[in-house]
Design a protein around this ligand. Structure first.
Ligand code: ATP
Ligand code: MG
Length: 449
């Protein structure tokens, strides 16, 4: 079968052969226009009417072929960004690294990009690659075929043609889609060097789609993972959100660990996981991620600060214990530990202040759950971060790091009316003994946070 043949051809570097694409005509695939958003269709038809080529491309085509609902729709065309902009009143040209056009329809944005060429070819002087092979700029327009080859995975390089509703495949993407394979286009080493974030994308798509990472692609990852150190922390922050807040956090986490990528993002957490005892903290992180996925399935909100609070908690706890053993009172030890962890972590993955402040509040509220006098309990419950901190306490209790009885107490406090609350408070132990590492006497003063 033609598709299989192409698959085998594809072991040679993608750009070293010229080929006609495989065209899958409308009757032989399952993409129906009724599954494409009307905004995307408007953009496609308008470009087509004006005599330009217009294709749906990327994750949209991939997901439609898999019978999944696409997250968004991207369009590729031979029209330049200026030509696209001139066609749509509701559009703007954006981007420095890649110049493309956003066409807005209410809440929905259709991203329209002009066919671009592959990086690193001498006849395209608009490309700049650094010493490690990383692309710094690639804004060279190219043919449709070149546009296909500069994409990351074969399954992400399929085009749906609005002119005849066929699917156009230059890279064996349809066969890989059927086989459930994520294969980097071309030489994996070269393509990962060009943009190391593609390694994270491999883990993310593999988790989301349940696809296997093709052998040569996978083999390159642990070797090249340290290149992630060159990626700006702000870009990695965006990627971390896509990795963990897209509904597949548990599988993504496993993929990242398996391919030695997690330590590139969260080195202190990885160290802590390596020292785990009784399945904690692996258990804590995994349960928290499971919980995140569940919330997303139920349409409940998830926040970056809660995620980061979870991922960095064990490193914070370890450092807190160190500071306490040096004589710092708990609240002070916690603050010092949080400072140290944040300072080191921010080198890797940026966390904007609007998220780091509430993340730290979640941590700082944890010791306060142990005080169960009426005055302190009500003050805690009035704290704007109480709910998030309580959810965090429940996760800690679930993984055996905090006292389940304590979490239970706060669950009842929240659910109960004033009478129930008073009854609970009157029978609560004044203060729970710390579970680990012997509690130090405070030298006077009130050291609660
Ligand atoms: P989803 O939106 O479901 O997360 P996607 O495949 O649409 O997945 P996007 O990040 O939206 O991913 O990118 C759209 C397309 O752009 C991809 O399908 C791929 O073809 C191309 N692309 C994105 N990032 C890269 C990259 N780092 N290197 C090469 N091609 C890329
Ligand atoms: Mg997309």
């Amino acid at each position: 079968m033609a598709l299989q043949r192409r698959q085998q051809e594809f072991t040679v570097p993608a750009h070293s052969f010229q080929s006609d694409p495989t065209i899958i005509p409308r009757p032989e695939h399952n993409i129906s226009r009724s599954l494409i958003s009307s905004a995307a269709l408007k953009v496609l038809y308008r470009l087509h009417e004006e005599g330009f080529q217009a294709y749906l491309v990327g994750g949209g085509v991939r997901d439609l072929l898999l019978g999944r609902q696409p997250k968004d729709f991207d369009v590729a065309t031979d029209a330049t960004p200026e030509e696209v902009h001139a066609l749509f009143r509701n559009s703007r040209v954006i981007g420095r690294r890649f110049r493309l056009v956003h066409v807005r329809f209410g809440q929905e944005i259709i991203e329209v990009s002009t066919f671009r060429a592959m990086a690193g070819e001498d006849d395209h002087p608009g490309h700049y690659v650094d010493e490690s092979g990383r692309i710094l700029r690639d804004n060279v327009f190219g043919s449709m075929q070149e546009d296909a080859f500069r994409r990351d995975f074969t399954v992400n390089a399929l085009y749906y043609n609005i002119a005849d509703f066929s699917v156009v495949d230059y890279v064996g993407g349809v066969a890989d889609l059927r086989a459930g394979l994520l294969r980097l286009i071309g030489d994996p080493e070269k393509r990962f060097r060009e943009d190391p974030v593609r390694m994270l994308r491999a883990a993310r798509f593999s988790a989301k789609l349940g696809f296997r990472i093709e052998e040569h692609t996978a083999a390159a990852i642990p070797r090249l993972a340290p290149l992630m150190a060159d990626i700006p922390p702000a870009r990695l922050f965006e990627e971390v959100l896509k990795l963990f807040l897209a509904g597949h956090a548990v599988q993504t986490f496993e993929e990242l660990l398996r391919h030695d990528l997690f330590r590139q993002l969260f080195p202190m957490t990885e160290e802590a996981l390596a020292q785990e005892r009784n399945d904690f903290p692996l258990n804590f992180v995994a349960r928290a991620l499971e919980n995140t996925d569940k919330r997303i399935r139920e349409g409940r909100p998830v926040t970056p600060f809660f995620l980061f609070a979870v991922l960095l908690w064990e490193p914070v706890r370890q450092r807190m214990a160190k500071f306490e053993s040096q004589g710092a009172p708990p609240a002070e030890a916690l603050r010092l530990a949080a400072d140290e962890v944040c300072a080191r972590q921010l080198d890797k993955v940026a966390l904007p202040r609007r998220f780091s402040a509430p993340m730290r509040e979640i941590w700082q509220l944890q010791p306060r759950f142990e005080h169960r006098t009426a005055k302190r309990a009500y003050r805690l419950m009035a704290h704007p971060r109480f709910r998030a901190a309580y959810d965090f306490l429940v996760l800690r209790a679930g993984s055996g790091e905090a006292d389940p009885e304590l979490a239970d107490f706060w669950t009842k406090m929240q659910e109960g009316d004033a009478t129930t609350q008073q009854a609970l408070l009157s029978t609560a132990p004044a203060e729970k003994k710390r579970r680990r590492g012997g509690r130090r006497r405070r030298k006077g003063g009130n050291a609660s946070t």
